[in-house]
Every structure is written in C-alpha cells, then in structure tokens.
Design a protein around this ligand. Structure first.
Ligand SMILES: Nc1ncnc2c1ncn2[C@@H]1O[C@H](COP(=O)(O)OP(=O)(O)O)[C@@H](O)[C@H]1O
Ligand SMILES: [Mg+2]
Length: 118
C-alpha cells in the first residue's frame, strides 16, 4: 500500500472519530481544525475537534486495539481499531503520533512525519 493511501486512511479515521465523538457540547455539531506545516525536515499535521475530549486516565489506552470509550460502546458503531491502526501506520512511516486534550477543550491529534522533500 502506498504512503498516500495509508495517510488518507489515517486522516479519514481521525475525521470520522471527530464526527462521532467530538461534537461541540453547545451546538451538537463537529467543528474540526486541520493544520499542516513543514519545519526542520518534518511535516506536522494537527487534527483537532471541539468536543468533550477524553478523560486523562483514558487517554493512554485509546490507541490500544479494541479499546472503546463508554459513549462509543453504547452509541456509535466501530471496532476500537481506528486509533490503533493510525498509531501503527504513522510509526511504520517513520513518524510519531500523539493525542492530547486541548487546553480549550476537544481532542487534538498530532502527527509528525519525515518530509519527503530532500
Ligand atoms: N475525537 C474524539 N473525542 C473523544 N473521544 C474519542 C475521539 N476519538 C476517539 N475517541 C475515543 O477513543 C476510542 C477509540 O477510538 P477508535 O480506535 O477510533 O475506535 P472506534 O472509533 O471504533 O470506537 C473511541 O471509542 C472513543 O471512546
Ligand atoms: Mg474510530
């Protein structure tokens, strides 16, 4: 599978999660910020929603295969594999993937990949 296809799948997973779990508390609609920049030979990608985020103690578990939050188990469909695949894919591409709660609310995903430019 090409890097492009894999990267598309990564972004699709994050956008789909934002759509399912990252709805803004006030409006019930997902607002998503996506940003990309290149610096020092790395491409930095940020995908961030304005939803409730994830409990701090849960954060380290959500990239494990088959882990799903309470809301996910009762409401949305999925297998709990999306973020595990995202994490593995980014590692395979020589990059780094991390998740944190934004200080102003919402879950923020950070992806760092080696730049293709020489
Ligand atoms: N943007 C998000 N906001 C809040 N919780 C999230 C978000 N993305 C993922 N999660 C939590 O992480 C869990 C794992 O996500 P994922 O691996 O994509 O599995 P799935 O989407 O099949 O539930 C979800 O079940 C949900 O509890
Ligand atoms: Mg998912």
């Amino acid at each position: 599978m090409g890097d492009e296809v894999e990267l598309t799948r990564v972004i699709a997973n994050l956008v789909e999660n934002a759509r399912k779990y990252g709805k803004s508390v006030k409006t019930g609609v997902t607002e998503l910020d996506i940003a990309a920049r290149e610096r020092d030979g790395w491409v930095l990608l940020k995908v961030r929603d304005h939803g409730p985020g994830v409990a701090e103690e849960t954060l380290k578990h959500i990239t494990k295969p088959f882990f799903r939050g309470d809301v996910a188990r009762t409401a949305a469909t999925g297998a709990g594999l999306g973020l595990a695949i995202v994490d593995k894919t980014i590692q395979r591409l020589g990059g780094h993937f991390s998740l944190h709660n934004s200080s102003t609310g919402g879950l923020a995903a950070n992806i760092r990949l080696p730049s293709a430019r020489p």
